[in-house]
Ligand binder design. Structure first.
Ligand SMILES: NCCCCC[C@@H](C[SeH])C(=O)O
Ligand SMILES: [Zn+2]
Ligand SMILES: [Zn+2]
Length: 308
């Protein structure tokens, strides 16, 4: 059988077409917002998903995908998640409760210049495509460019490095656009999620230091419960815990910054796999990887809805 649209990887142009078609197909549930543009002036579109029930207090979830260009399963998950949510609204209780309780902001491709570059030139590119004056090397690691212990241990101040932190915090237009949006929505966004690959991990702050956040125990419980569900239903193991201990020190990350902004339910997911294919996860595994990530996301989101 021909794999569905959502079990294939899509070019940047394809994703832009999909964004606008999805908004056209679901005018009562999807609004598209332009939150800024990339270094090469490509648009950063956010889809806002809302249930059909009017509600007083506005609470929201933020999900960004594609911050790192080579992690193709990440934008694939954002597309997959949006279509799943729209199709199963009023059919699946968890999805219905989520959309009736929270708006969901989805940024399918946070690093469009880098994503495009992986389709045309270098499949293993990670950073954005900004040029720096003092070096011939290109690109900043957008997940080291946020204002959270910026450019300390775990990032690099050398433009040629894969974890180059940029010239200053939010020096990159992509990071600035996301930070601006979250600053102006910080009272309604209750849950922050950044989707990456690979490694199968459910991570929470801090990665900029070994210090524990005040609600460390609560966040640990949330990722532990989510990982247990994935293990039980899909027989697949995800590591979980605070980033610095579970993966590595990584200052300037979007999740740490969102946490410090006041979004105290902040997570980074590392999707499949554990290294057999790595960033080159075959399309045949997209569905499995997305189902696992969805189960973890629903587990955490429904708890956050109860708590906030
Ligand atoms: N705040 C960063 C969470 C831990 C590191 C995540 C990985 C994803 Se590829 C990284 O940015 O190196
Ligand atoms: Zn990443
Ligand atoms: Zn990763």
């Amino acid at each position: 059988s021909s794999a569905s649209y959502y079990e294939r990887y899509h070019s940047l142009e394809d994703i832009y077409y999909w964004i606008n078609k999805t908004a056209q197909d679901y005018p009562d549930m999807v609004k598209v917002t332009l939150i800024g543009s990339s270094y090469e002036k490509r648009p950063l579109y956010v889809l806002k998903l809302s249930g059909r029930q009017e509600r007083a207090e506005k609470r929201a979830i933020w999900i960004d995908c594609g911050i790192h260009a080579r992690e193709w399963i990440s934008p694939a998950f954002c597309l997959w998640f949006v279509q799943y949510s729209l199709n199963f609204y009023n059919l699946n209780n968890d999805i219905t409760e989520m959309l009736n309780s929270m708006d969901i902001y989805v940024l399918p491709v946070m690093n469009p210049d880098g994503y495009k570059y992986t389709w045309t030139t270098n499949r293993m590119w990670r950073k954005n495509r900004s040029m720096s004056k003092e070096s011939n090397c290109v690109g900043t690691d957008l997940n080291r460019n946020f204002d959270a212990n910026w450019c300390t241990k775990g990032a690099s101040n050398r433009p040629c490095d894969e974890i180059y932190c940029g010239q200053f915090p939010e020096s990159e237009p992509e990071a600035e656009a996301v930070a601006n949006f979250l600053r102006s929505h910080k009272d309604s966004v209750k849950l922050y999620l950044s989707i990456h690959s690979y490694g199968q991990m459910l991570l929470f702050p801090y990665s900029c230091s070994n210090e524990e956040v005040p609600n460390h125990a609560e966040l640990f419980e949330l990722v532990q419960e989510a990982a247990m569900k994935v293990r039980r239903y899909y027989r697949n193991n995800y590591k979980y815990g605070a980033s610095a201990k579970t993966i590595y020190l990584a200052p300037g990350g979007s999740d740490d910054w969102a946490y410090n902004l006041g979004i105290h339910y902040s997570f980074t997911f590392e999707l499949e796999d554990r290294g057999r294919y790595g960033f080159l996860l075959p399309p045949s595994l997209i569905s499995k990887a997305c189902n696992e990530a969805l189960l973890a996301l629903k587990s955490i989101a429904l708890r956050v809805i109860q708590k906030t």
